[in-house]
Ligand binder design. Structure first.
Ligand SMILES: Cc1ncc(COP(=O)(O)O)c(C=O)c1O
Length: 393
């Protein structure tokens, strides 16, 4: 029942009332998510396994996956077993591929009982999973991770056919596919594609069907069509963020899904020559009206934005003054009629405070920014501008 999650949510008026009381919150535009999905589909004829690891890159795991399911997505990729289990607890039934290594037998049991597809690349893990599944009279589905040259995890490509032979001989396992992660270097990626295809060929020679073949994440969706194979696994593109700002020129039109809003907590006048924030990082060059917003690096705002970067208030962008604290930033408000309680767009979908712009200003990766968004901050989900779901952890 893909729509069940949204049907169980409070009515839009109730969500709006709750927002009125939030000091800060994320807004997640589900229509933009759908547009990005369609943009990705227009670049490839391969199937998609969206990467929803780390709380769907901060966007909120359950609502994002529930929405993807309504859009026809059949499988998602997670990094932690806990994420897979949370999805199952929420009644989400689509296929989940788990990349978390398992260290407890109880974790293997959970994988089998909850019908989670698991990633294997060691004999130990394959044998344990098979044993647990067989013990329950079940089959566990697996993706086999192959190290084609990134040298992070995976069975080395020249040993992979033997490993696939072992996995296919284990009574409790069923191979859904083989996958690998690219280096994101043009020449190296070519070698890695070749190696994965060689593994496939050798497996087939030995009478083993390796199932779906996958190599591509966002970078390869954009730049390596030869690596798309059967399935691509985009993360960042789906959330409407260019992995790096130079990717804007790659011909894909993304719409950022997330924005971050907060309210002005306090406003005061500061006299010429007075300093504000830790270490007196900003000294007023004239009498200034300064506002304090209740957000900071608790919310993933980079400390490197101290005295740098601007947030949107009303129609204009306003400078951040002084240091970014754990829970506060200060902004310049002279010559505005802005009052405490008014809304500040800390991260916007357009203009100078997008995820890409903030990451660039701070010298951060977009990945670091999205993957540090605080899970305790409420998230409001919008369709056609209307709030359709609320996550208030
Ligand atoms: C195995 C795997 N596939 C796909 C992705 C998605 O990457 P991206 O966000 O660059 O598309 C990740 C993310 O780190 C990953 O670990």
């Amino acid at each position: 029942m893909p729509d069940a999650y949204f049907e169980s949510q409070p009515a839009p008026e109730e969500i709006r009332e709750r927002i009125d009381g939030f000091p800060s919150w994320f807004e997640i535009d589900l229509d933009n998510l759908e547009d990005n999905l369609n943009q990705i589909k227009s670049r490839t004829s391969s199937k998609l396994i969206p990467c929803v690891k780390n709380n769907a890159y901060g966007h909120g795991l359950i609502p994002i996956v529930a929405h993807l399911e309504t859009l026809g997505i059949e499988k998602v990729l997670v990094a932690k077993l806990r994420e897979a289990l949370k999805l199952r607890e929420a009644g989400i039934g689509l296929k989940i591929v788990n990349m978390d290594p398992l260290f407890a037998r109880s974790s293997y049991k959970a994988v089998v009982e909850k019908g989670i597809t698991h990633v294997v690349y060691t004999e130990d893990a394959a044998r344990t999973l098979s044993e647990v599944a067989s013990g329950k009279g079940m089959k566990a589905h697996v993706f086999v991770k192959i190290d084609t040259g990134l040298r992070r995890v995976g069975v080395k490509h020249d040993k992979a056919a033997n490993f696939l032979e072992l996995v296919s001989s284990l009574p409790g396992l069923e191979i859904d596919g083989i996958f690998s992660t690219l280096n994101q270097n043009k020449e190296q990626d070519k070698i890695q594609v070749k190696r994965l295809l060689e593994v496939e060929e050798e497996a087939r020679k030995r009478g083993i069907d390796p199932g779906l073949r996958s190599l591509a994440s966002s970078d390869a969706v954009l730049y390596r069509p030869e690596a798309h194979l059967d399935v691509v696994r985009p993360g960042m593109l789906l959330y409407g963020v260019y992995p790096t700002t130079r990717d804007r020129g790659s011909g894909i039109e993304l719409k950022q899904v997330l924005s971050f809003k907060a309210r002005l907590e306090h406003i005061k006048w500061v006299e010429k020559g007075e300093s504000v924030t830790y270490w007196g990082r900003f000294t007023a060059p004239r009498r200034m009206r300064i506002g304090t917003v209740h957000v900071g690096f608790y919310d993933a705002l980079p400390r490197e934005l101290s005295n740098r970067g601007r947030v949107k208030i009303g129609d204009g962008f306003r400078s951040i003054l002084g240091s970014v604290s754990l829970n506060h930033i200060l902004v310049e408000l002279t010559d505005t009629g802005i009052e405490p309680g008014d809304v500040v767009e800390v991260i916007g979908r357009e203009g100078e405070n997008t995820v890409n712009a903030i990451a660039d200003a701070a010298g951060w990766m977009t990945y670091s920014l999205l993957n540090h968004l605080n899970p305790f901050t409420p998230r409001v989900y919008l369709k056609k501008g209307e709030p359709v779901a609320l996550l208030e952890p």
